[in-house]
Design a protein around this ligand. Structure first.
Ligand code: ZN
Ligand code: ZN
Length: 400
Protein backbone atom coordinates (compact mmCIF):
# COMPACT_ATOMS: atom_id res chain seq x y z
CA UNK A 1 0.00 0.00 0.00
CA UNK A 2 0.96 3.60 0.48
CA UNK A 3 4.32 4.36 2.02
CA UNK A 4 4.49 6.42 5.17
CA UNK A 5 4.79 10.19 5.00
CA UNK A 6 8.34 9.97 6.33
CA UNK A 7 9.43 8.01 3.29
CA UNK A 8 8.37 10.55 0.70
CA UNK A 9 7.00 13.62 2.57
CA UNK A 10 4.02 15.66 1.49
CA UNK A 11 5.98 18.88 0.95
CA UNK A 12 4.15 20.70 3.77
CA UNK A 13 7.42 22.24 5.04
CA UNK A 14 8.63 22.91 1.49
CA UNK A 15 5.88 25.50 0.99
CA UNK A 16 7.74 28.45 2.46
CA UNK A 17 6.32 31.99 2.25
CA UNK A 18 8.76 32.45 -0.63
CA UNK A 19 7.30 29.50 -2.58
CA UNK A 20 3.76 30.67 -1.87
CA UNK A 21 4.58 34.19 -3.04
CA UNK A 22 6.14 32.80 -6.20
CA UNK A 23 3.05 30.70 -6.94
CA UNK A 24 0.75 33.71 -6.61
CA UNK A 25 3.00 35.94 -8.72
CA UNK A 26 3.33 33.26 -11.41
CA UNK A 27 -0.40 32.70 -11.57
CA UNK A 28 -1.12 36.43 -11.80
CA UNK A 29 1.44 36.90 -14.57
CA UNK A 30 -0.05 34.05 -16.63
CA UNK A 31 -3.58 35.27 -15.88
CA UNK A 32 -2.69 38.74 -17.11
CA UNK A 33 -1.27 37.40 -20.39
CA UNK A 34 -3.71 34.77 -21.68
CA UNK A 35 -3.33 33.23 -25.13
CA UNK A 36 -5.79 31.24 -27.22
CA UNK A 37 -5.43 27.54 -28.00
CA UNK A 38 -2.38 26.70 -30.13
CA UNK A 39 -1.19 30.32 -29.97
CA UNK A 40 0.45 30.06 -26.54
CA UNK A 41 3.83 31.43 -27.68
CA UNK A 42 4.48 33.83 -24.78
CA UNK A 43 3.14 31.36 -22.24
CA UNK A 44 5.43 28.70 -23.66
CA UNK A 45 8.42 31.08 -23.50
CA UNK A 46 7.52 31.96 -19.89
CA UNK A 47 7.42 28.27 -18.92
CA UNK A 48 10.77 27.64 -20.64
CA UNK A 49 12.37 30.61 -18.84
CA UNK A 50 11.20 29.29 -15.52
CA UNK A 51 12.41 25.75 -16.27
CA UNK A 52 15.78 27.15 -17.34
CA UNK A 53 16.05 29.05 -14.02
CA UNK A 54 15.29 25.81 -12.21
CA UNK A 55 17.89 23.89 -14.25
CA UNK A 56 15.27 21.48 -15.63
CA UNK A 57 15.80 20.19 -19.20
CA UNK A 58 12.88 20.51 -21.61
CA UNK A 59 11.86 20.30 -25.25
CA UNK A 60 9.10 21.82 -27.38
CA UNK A 61 6.14 19.68 -28.45
CA UNK A 62 3.09 20.37 -30.62
CA UNK A 63 4.57 23.83 -31.45
CA UNK A 64 3.62 25.68 -28.25
CA UNK A 65 3.78 22.81 -25.76
CA UNK A 66 6.70 22.02 -23.47
CA UNK A 67 7.78 18.68 -22.00
CA UNK A 68 10.30 18.75 -19.17
CA UNK A 69 11.94 15.88 -17.32
CA UNK A 70 13.33 15.58 -13.79
CA UNK A 71 15.42 12.54 -12.88
CA UNK A 72 16.13 9.65 -15.23
CA UNK A 73 15.31 6.04 -16.01
CA UNK A 74 12.41 3.97 -14.74
CA UNK A 75 9.89 4.07 -13.19
CA UNK A 76 8.32 7.08 -14.89
CA UNK A 77 5.39 9.24 -13.85
CA UNK A 78 3.70 11.93 -15.98
CA UNK A 79 2.11 15.16 -14.68
CA UNK A 80 0.07 17.28 -17.07
CA UNK A 81 -1.16 20.89 -17.07
CA UNK A 82 -2.99 22.63 -19.91
CA UNK A 83 -1.85 26.18 -20.71
CA UNK A 84 -4.42 27.78 -23.05
CA UNK A 85 -7.08 30.46 -22.47
CA UNK A 86 -10.52 31.18 -23.94
CA UNK A 87 -12.07 33.75 -26.30
CA UNK A 88 -13.95 35.45 -23.44
CA UNK A 89 -13.86 39.13 -22.40
CA UNK A 90 -12.87 39.17 -18.74
CA UNK A 91 -15.25 40.92 -16.34
CA UNK A 92 -13.62 40.24 -12.97
CA UNK A 93 -12.16 43.74 -12.29
CA UNK A 94 -9.16 42.04 -10.68
CA UNK A 95 -5.98 44.12 -10.50
CA UNK A 96 -4.26 41.43 -12.58
CA UNK A 97 -7.11 40.94 -15.09
CA UNK A 98 -6.33 39.99 -18.68
CA UNK A 99 -4.48 42.65 -20.67
CA UNK A 100 -5.54 40.99 -23.93
CA UNK A 101 -9.00 42.15 -24.90
CA UNK A 102 -11.38 39.27 -25.53
CA UNK A 103 -9.07 36.57 -24.18
CA UNK A 104 -9.27 35.22 -20.64
CA UNK A 105 -8.04 32.37 -18.47
CA UNK A 106 -11.63 31.48 -17.59
CA UNK A 107 -11.03 27.73 -17.22
CA UNK A 108 -8.25 27.99 -14.64
CA UNK A 109 -5.46 26.78 -16.91
CA UNK A 110 -3.35 29.64 -15.49
CA UNK A 111 -3.71 27.87 -12.12
CA UNK A 112 -2.90 24.47 -13.66
CA UNK A 113 0.27 25.80 -15.34
CA UNK A 114 1.37 27.55 -12.14
CA UNK A 115 0.91 24.45 -9.99
CA UNK A 116 2.90 22.28 -12.39
CA UNK A 117 5.71 24.86 -12.34
CA UNK A 118 5.48 24.85 -8.53
CA UNK A 119 5.69 21.05 -8.45
CA UNK A 120 8.65 21.25 -10.85
CA UNK A 121 10.52 23.40 -8.32
CA UNK A 122 9.72 21.10 -5.39
CA UNK A 123 10.66 17.96 -7.31
CA UNK A 124 13.86 19.48 -8.67
CA UNK A 125 14.90 20.46 -5.13
CA UNK A 126 14.34 16.83 -4.11
CA UNK A 127 15.81 15.16 -7.19
CA UNK A 128 18.35 13.28 -5.08
CA UNK A 129 15.58 11.69 -3.02
CA UNK A 130 13.96 9.62 -5.76
CA UNK A 131 14.89 7.19 -8.51
CA UNK A 132 13.13 7.34 -11.84
CA UNK A 133 11.70 10.12 -14.00
CA UNK A 134 9.01 12.72 -13.62
CA UNK A 135 7.72 13.96 -17.00
CA UNK A 136 6.06 17.38 -16.86
CA UNK A 137 3.66 18.00 -19.73
CA UNK A 138 2.73 21.65 -20.36
CA UNK A 139 0.06 21.02 -22.94
CA UNK A 140 -1.32 23.54 -25.46
CA UNK A 141 -4.80 23.70 -26.95
CA UNK A 142 -7.03 21.86 -24.50
CA UNK A 143 -10.00 24.04 -25.40
CA UNK A 144 -9.97 23.40 -29.13
CA UNK A 145 -10.21 20.38 -31.39
CA UNK A 146 -8.21 18.29 -32.12
CA UNK A 147 -6.77 19.02 -28.64
CA UNK A 148 -3.11 19.34 -27.74
CA UNK A 149 -3.10 15.95 -26.00
CA UNK A 150 -3.81 14.08 -29.24
CA UNK A 151 -1.02 16.01 -31.03
CA UNK A 152 1.49 15.26 -28.27
CA UNK A 153 0.66 11.54 -28.41
CA UNK A 154 0.74 11.49 -32.23
CA UNK A 155 4.17 13.13 -32.20
CA UNK A 156 5.37 10.29 -29.99
CA UNK A 157 6.49 12.90 -27.47
CA UNK A 158 5.53 10.62 -24.58
CA UNK A 159 7.14 7.48 -26.02
CA UNK A 160 10.57 8.02 -24.51
CA UNK A 161 10.47 8.19 -21.62
CA UNK A 162 7.02 6.62 -21.48
CA UNK A 163 5.09 7.41 -18.27
CA UNK A 164 3.76 4.33 -16.45
CA UNK A 165 0.96 6.50 -15.10
CA UNK A 166 -0.37 10.01 -15.76
CA UNK A 167 -1.89 12.49 -13.34
CA UNK A 168 -3.73 15.74 -14.08
CA UNK A 169 -5.98 18.12 -12.23
CA UNK A 170 -8.66 20.71 -12.93
CA UNK A 171 -9.92 23.56 -10.78
CA UNK A 172 -13.48 23.04 -9.54
CA UNK A 173 -15.67 26.08 -8.73
CA UNK A 174 -18.36 23.78 -7.31
CA UNK A 175 -16.10 22.63 -4.47
CA UNK A 176 -14.69 24.67 -1.59
CA UNK A 177 -10.99 25.47 -1.59
CA UNK A 178 -9.15 22.85 0.43
CA UNK A 179 -11.03 19.92 -1.10
CA UNK A 180 -9.93 17.38 -3.70
CA UNK A 181 -12.44 15.22 -5.60
CA UNK A 182 -11.92 11.87 -7.29
CA UNK A 183 -13.92 9.31 -9.21
CA UNK A 184 -12.93 5.94 -10.61
CA UNK A 185 -14.02 5.02 -14.12
CA UNK A 186 -16.01 7.37 -16.38
CA UNK A 187 -15.61 11.00 -15.32
CA UNK A 188 -16.29 13.14 -18.40
CA UNK A 189 -17.97 12.51 -21.72
CA UNK A 190 -16.93 12.27 -25.33
CA UNK A 191 -17.94 15.42 -27.23
CA UNK A 192 -18.68 15.58 -30.94
CA UNK A 193 -19.49 18.74 -32.90
CA UNK A 194 -22.57 18.37 -35.09
CA UNK A 195 -23.48 20.57 -38.07
CA UNK A 196 -26.79 20.08 -39.84
CA UNK A 197 -27.57 21.54 -43.26
CA UNK A 198 -31.25 21.44 -44.20
CA UNK A 199 -32.04 22.44 -47.76
CA UNK A 200 -35.55 23.15 -49.07
CA UNK A 201 -37.01 25.45 -51.69
CA UNK A 202 -37.47 29.14 -50.88
CA UNK A 203 -40.82 30.77 -51.44
CA UNK A 204 -43.05 33.72 -50.50
CA UNK A 205 -44.07 33.36 -46.85
CA UNK A 206 -47.72 33.64 -47.93
CA UNK A 207 -47.36 30.71 -50.35
CA UNK A 208 -45.54 27.92 -48.47
CA UNK A 209 -47.07 25.31 -50.81
CA UNK A 210 -44.93 26.68 -53.63
CA UNK A 211 -41.71 25.91 -51.77
CA UNK A 212 -40.36 23.39 -49.31
CA UNK A 213 -39.82 25.02 -45.91
CA UNK A 214 -36.47 24.08 -44.31
CA UNK A 215 -37.28 26.07 -41.13
CA UNK A 216 -40.37 23.97 -40.54
CA UNK A 217 -38.31 20.81 -41.09
CA UNK A 218 -35.54 22.09 -38.79
CA UNK A 219 -37.89 22.98 -35.95
CA UNK A 220 -39.44 19.51 -36.11
CA UNK A 221 -36.04 17.86 -36.43
CA UNK A 222 -34.91 19.33 -33.08
CA UNK A 223 -37.82 17.57 -31.36
CA UNK A 224 -37.59 14.42 -33.44
CA UNK A 225 -33.93 13.84 -32.58
CA UNK A 226 -34.63 14.15 -28.84
CA UNK A 227 -37.23 11.43 -29.34
CA UNK A 228 -34.66 9.33 -31.15
CA UNK A 229 -32.22 9.78 -28.26
CA UNK A 230 -34.92 8.75 -25.82
CA UNK A 231 -36.22 5.71 -27.75
CA UNK A 232 -33.12 4.26 -29.42
CA UNK A 233 -30.58 4.57 -26.60
CA UNK A 234 -30.34 2.22 -23.64
CA UNK A 235 -31.77 4.34 -20.78
CA UNK A 236 -28.97 3.06 -18.53
CA UNK A 237 -26.41 4.64 -20.85
CA UNK A 238 -25.89 8.38 -20.16
CA UNK A 239 -25.77 10.51 -23.29
CA UNK A 240 -26.97 13.96 -24.29
CA UNK A 241 -27.73 15.70 -27.56
CA UNK A 242 -28.15 19.48 -27.47
CA UNK A 243 -28.90 21.71 -30.43
CA UNK A 244 -27.20 25.03 -29.73
CA UNK A 245 -27.80 27.12 -32.85
CA UNK A 246 -30.41 27.42 -35.60
CA UNK A 247 -29.75 29.85 -38.38
CA UNK A 248 -31.81 30.49 -41.49
CA UNK A 249 -33.72 33.27 -43.19
CA UNK A 250 -33.57 37.05 -42.76
CA UNK A 251 -37.00 38.51 -43.54
CA UNK A 252 -40.60 38.50 -42.23
CA UNK A 253 -42.04 37.35 -45.50
CA UNK A 254 -39.55 34.99 -47.14
CA UNK A 255 -39.14 31.26 -46.65
CA UNK A 256 -35.38 30.64 -46.93
CA UNK A 257 -33.97 27.78 -48.93
CA UNK A 258 -31.48 26.64 -46.30
CA UNK A 259 -31.11 26.33 -42.53
CA UNK A 260 -27.99 25.47 -40.56
CA UNK A 261 -28.00 24.01 -37.07
CA UNK A 262 -25.16 23.34 -34.65
CA UNK A 263 -25.07 21.04 -31.66
CA UNK A 264 -23.14 18.62 -29.53
CA UNK A 265 -23.41 14.89 -28.82
CA UNK A 266 -21.95 13.60 -25.56
CA UNK A 267 -21.61 10.12 -24.20
CA UNK A 268 -19.56 7.85 -21.93
CA UNK A 269 -19.79 4.77 -24.13
CA UNK A 270 -17.79 4.49 -27.36
CA UNK A 271 -20.05 1.79 -28.86
CA UNK A 272 -23.18 3.90 -28.35
CA UNK A 273 -21.36 7.01 -29.56
CA UNK A 274 -20.52 5.37 -32.88
CA UNK A 275 -24.02 3.93 -33.22
CA UNK A 276 -25.48 7.38 -32.50
CA UNK A 277 -23.46 8.90 -35.35
CA UNK A 278 -25.19 6.51 -37.78
CA UNK A 279 -28.64 6.86 -36.25
CA UNK A 280 -28.58 10.68 -36.16
CA UNK A 281 -27.27 10.88 -39.73
CA UNK A 282 -29.94 8.55 -41.06
CA UNK A 283 -32.79 10.09 -39.04
CA UNK A 284 -31.79 13.60 -40.14
CA UNK A 285 -32.01 12.59 -43.77
CA UNK A 286 -35.25 10.65 -43.44
CA UNK A 287 -37.02 13.22 -41.26
CA UNK A 288 -36.17 16.12 -43.57
CA UNK A 289 -37.33 14.16 -46.59
CA UNK A 290 -40.79 13.90 -44.98
CA UNK A 291 -41.02 17.66 -45.54
CA UNK A 292 -39.59 17.58 -49.04
CA UNK A 293 -36.20 18.83 -47.84
CA UNK A 294 -32.77 17.30 -47.77
CA UNK A 295 -31.02 16.96 -44.44
CA UNK A 296 -27.32 16.39 -44.03
CA UNK A 297 -25.44 15.89 -40.77
CA UNK A 298 -21.68 16.45 -40.58
CA UNK A 299 -19.98 15.07 -37.48
CA UNK A 300 -16.77 16.63 -36.19
CA UNK A 301 -15.37 13.92 -33.96
CA UNK A 302 -14.14 15.38 -30.69
CA UNK A 303 -12.49 14.11 -27.53
CA UNK A 304 -13.23 10.60 -26.30
CA UNK A 305 -14.74 10.10 -22.85
CA UNK A 306 -12.36 10.39 -19.90
CA UNK A 307 -12.12 7.31 -17.72
CA UNK A 308 -9.91 7.09 -14.64
CA UNK A 309 -7.99 3.92 -13.85
CA UNK A 310 -9.23 2.32 -10.59
CA UNK A 311 -5.83 1.58 -9.03
CA UNK A 312 -4.25 4.87 -10.05
CA UNK A 313 -7.25 6.77 -8.69
CA UNK A 314 -7.19 4.87 -5.38
CA UNK A 315 -3.51 5.75 -5.11
CA UNK A 316 -4.02 9.48 -5.77
CA UNK A 317 -6.99 9.55 -3.43
CA UNK A 318 -4.91 8.09 -0.60
CA UNK A 319 -2.27 10.77 -1.16
CA UNK A 320 -4.99 13.46 -1.08
CA UNK A 321 -6.15 12.15 2.30
CA UNK A 322 -2.69 12.83 3.69
CA UNK A 323 -2.59 16.33 2.23
CA UNK A 324 -6.05 17.71 3.01
CA UNK A 325 -7.41 15.14 5.48
CA UNK A 326 -10.14 12.53 4.91
CA UNK A 327 -13.04 14.97 5.38
CA UNK A 328 -11.91 17.10 2.47
CA UNK A 329 -11.44 14.26 0.00
CA UNK A 330 -14.69 14.09 -1.94
CA UNK A 331 -16.21 11.85 -4.59
CA UNK A 332 -16.66 13.68 -7.86
CA UNK A 333 -19.98 13.30 -9.60
CA UNK A 334 -19.24 12.59 -13.29
CA UNK A 335 -20.15 15.40 -15.70
CA UNK A 336 -20.91 15.46 -19.43
CA UNK A 337 -18.11 18.00 -19.88
CA UNK A 338 -15.20 17.00 -22.10
CA UNK A 339 -11.46 17.10 -21.45
CA UNK A 340 -8.66 16.05 -23.77
CA UNK A 341 -6.76 14.47 -20.85
CA UNK A 342 -8.97 11.56 -22.01
CA UNK A 343 -6.41 10.79 -24.75
CA UNK A 344 -3.67 10.09 -22.18
CA UNK A 345 -6.08 8.02 -20.10
CA UNK A 346 -6.88 5.88 -23.17
CA UNK A 347 -3.23 4.82 -23.46
CA UNK A 348 -1.77 5.15 -19.96
CA UNK A 349 -3.36 4.28 -16.56
CA UNK A 350 -4.40 7.73 -15.36
CA UNK A 351 -6.14 9.77 -12.71
CA UNK A 352 -7.61 13.22 -13.27
CA UNK A 353 -8.86 14.91 -10.11
CA UNK A 354 -10.70 18.12 -9.27
CA UNK A 355 -9.23 20.82 -7.04
CA UNK A 356 -11.74 22.92 -5.08
CA UNK A 357 -11.34 26.66 -5.72
CA UNK A 358 -14.54 28.20 -4.35
CA UNK A 359 -13.80 30.74 -1.62
CA UNK A 360 -15.02 29.38 1.75
CA UNK A 361 -17.27 32.40 2.37
CA UNK A 362 -19.25 31.91 -0.87
CA UNK A 363 -22.11 29.42 -1.44
CA UNK A 364 -21.64 29.66 -5.20
CA UNK A 365 -19.25 31.39 -7.58
CA UNK A 366 -19.18 32.08 -11.35
CA UNK A 367 -18.37 28.79 -13.07
CA UNK A 368 -15.80 27.66 -15.62
CA UNK A 369 -15.89 29.68 -18.89
CA UNK A 370 -17.70 32.54 -17.11
CA UNK A 371 -16.28 36.08 -17.61
CA UNK A 372 -16.25 36.58 -13.82
CA UNK A 373 -14.60 33.24 -12.97
CA UNK A 374 -12.12 33.93 -10.16
CA UNK A 375 -10.68 30.93 -8.31
CA UNK A 376 -9.38 31.18 -4.73
CA UNK A 377 -5.59 31.34 -5.04
CA UNK A 378 -5.03 29.48 -1.79
CA UNK A 379 -5.75 26.31 -3.82
CA UNK A 380 -2.37 26.81 -5.56
CA UNK A 381 -0.46 25.40 -2.59
CA UNK A 382 -2.72 22.34 -2.34
CA UNK A 383 -2.55 21.51 -6.05
CA UNK A 384 1.22 22.00 -6.11
CA UNK A 385 1.76 19.70 -3.12
CA UNK A 386 -0.64 17.15 -4.57
CA UNK A 387 1.24 16.97 -7.89
CA UNK A 388 4.68 16.80 -6.29
CA UNK A 389 3.62 14.27 -3.65
CA UNK A 390 1.75 11.95 -6.00
CA UNK A 391 4.81 11.85 -8.29
CA UNK A 392 7.33 11.18 -5.48
CA UNK A 393 5.06 8.62 -3.81
CA UNK A 394 4.42 6.81 -7.08
CA UNK A 395 8.14 6.49 -7.83
CA UNK A 396 8.79 5.27 -4.28
CA UNK A 397 5.96 2.74 -4.47
CA UNK A 398 7.00 1.42 -7.89
CA UNK A 399 10.40 0.52 -6.46
CA UNK A 400 9.27 -0.76 -3.07
ZN1 ZN B 1 -12.51 24.80 -20.37
ZN1 ZN C 1 -10.23 23.43 -18.57
Amino acid sequence: MILSKQQYGTFAEAITPDVEFELTQTRRHIHQHPELSFQEYKTSAFIKDRLTQLGIPFRSVATTGVIATIGSGTPCVGLRADIDALPIREATSLAFASTTDGVMHACGHDMHTTMLLGAARLLKENEGRFNGTVVLVFQPGEEKNPGGASLILEEGALDNPRPDVMFGQHVDPDATVGSLSFVSGPMMASADELTWTIRGIGAHAAQPHKGRDPLFAASGLVHHLQGVMSRMRNPLEPSVLTVTSIHGGSAFNVIPDEVQMLGTLRSFDQAWREKAWDILTQQTSEYCSLHGCSGQLDIGKGYPSLSNDDQTTAFARAIATEIVGPNRVLTFEPKMWAEDFAYYAQQIPSCFWMLGVRPPNLATMPGLHHPEFSPDESALVIGTRMLATVAMAYLAKAQA
